[in-house]
Design a protein around this ligand. Structure first.
Ligand SMILES: [Zn+2]
Ligand SMILES: [Zn+2]
Length: 338
């Protein structure tokens, strides 16, 4: 019985890769159609051929690199300091009233750098048995709480969140550039096709290249535009649907530091690396600078300060490269310029 269940689980895991395989197949076909068919069979002018050939490869390389990073970078998970100990769980079991539960959670959260909450109390994940850091959410597909979760994307078979958000936006940006470049460079050949001036079977590849690239560029640009809007307003997709709740109440702009600061929070402060798919986002995915703090929130600054001084999630379960230590970030300039 167990082996059947295991086979089903493995089968389900394999099926999740189908959208990724679809994207890889489309890219592989576009390579064949553009480089082999268009560049080598239809373009006569050497200068034009070299120009198309080089630009195509540069954009494709950046697109593939961003996509690889989005797919394979592990999602940012919650540090062990947020996990409830067995003693905490015992206390919760013994607490009989909702009020008593609430009090225990409030007490546990007072030692952690959390500002957001649900309408009732502290945000807690029953499945992962930990208090949720600000902006993290449980992904039922990944089975873990993901830091600054944006959404689970089947096209990358991964959660898009703090660890790979920059890569995801670059992937969309390079995908759009790739499609526009193909659509524009195949347009003259597409016109020739309609005038019946192209011969050979390769002409159908040109026809499809033009249609597919135009179709994808329209669909990708809308998603890319929406995510640029979210970056500039410092909201995740989930927060755009439901505003984070602070002690003072829901505030959809609670993390909004101004457009430039919002941008560098995701893309980093080194301009040379903005468009390169290497991790440069500010922070650790646990603490996020805020637009303003009311008095209650201000009293929590002590916990935030201690957290940073103690090195934050450096001792986290999986503190890999993607969750860079927060001490590399200077919060003050971010907040002061708001
Ligand atoms: Zn969880
Ligand atoms: Zn997920």
């Amino acid at each position: 019985m167990n082996s059947i269940i295991n086979s089903c689980i493995k089968c389900g895991e394999a099926l999740k890769w189908i959208p990724v395989l679809f994207i890889v197949s489309v890219l592989a076909w576009s390579y064949y159609a553009y480089v082999i068919q268009l560049c080598f069979f239809f373009i006569q002018n050497t200068v034009q051929l070299v120009f198309y050939f080089v630009i195509f490869h540069v954009i494709l390389f950046m697109l593939a690199w961003s996509y690889w990073q989005t797919v394979f970078v592990p999602v940012g998970t919650v540090p062990k300091q947020f996990r409830l100990s067995s003693a905490d769980m015992e206390r919760l079991d013994q607490a009989t009233t909702q009020e008593a539960h609430k009090q225990i959670f409030e007490e546990l959260a007072s030692n952690l750098p959390v500002l957001t909450r649900n309408p009732q109390s502290v945000r807690y994940c029953e499945k992962c048995v930990h208090i949720k850091p600000d902006r993290s959410h449980h992904c039922s597909i990944c089975g873990v709480c993901v830091t600054k979760m944006d959404h689970h994307c089947p096209w990358v078979n991964n959660c898009v969140g703090f660890a790979n958000y920059k890569f995801f936006i670059l992937f969309l940006g390079y995908a759009f550039t790739f499609c526009v470049f193909i659509a524009l460079s195949t347009l003259p050949f597409f016109m020739q096709f309609w005038r019946n001036e192209l011969s050979g079977n390769g002409k159908f590849h040109i026809l499809f290249l033009f249609f597919v690239s135009t179709m994808f560029s329209v669909s990708v640009v809308s998603l890319w535009g929406y995510h640029i809007y979210l970056v500039l307003h410092n909201r995740s997709t989930l927060e755009a649907y439901r505003a984070p709740i602070f002690r003072s109440g829901p505030d959809k702009d609670g993390f909004n530091l101004g457009k430039y600061n919002n941008f560098i929070e995701v893309f980093g402060d080194r301009k040379a690396l903005w468009f390169i798919p290497v991790f440069t986002s500010m922070g650790d995915g646990i603490i996020f600078p805020q637009r303003h703090m009311d008095e209650d929130e201000d009293s929590l600054l002590g916990a935030r300060q201690r957290w940073m001084e103690e090195g934050g999630p450096l001792e986290a379960d999986n503190s890999g490269d993607v969750t860079s230590p927060y001490h590399t970030v200077n919060l003050d300039p971010l907040v002061q310029t708001v």
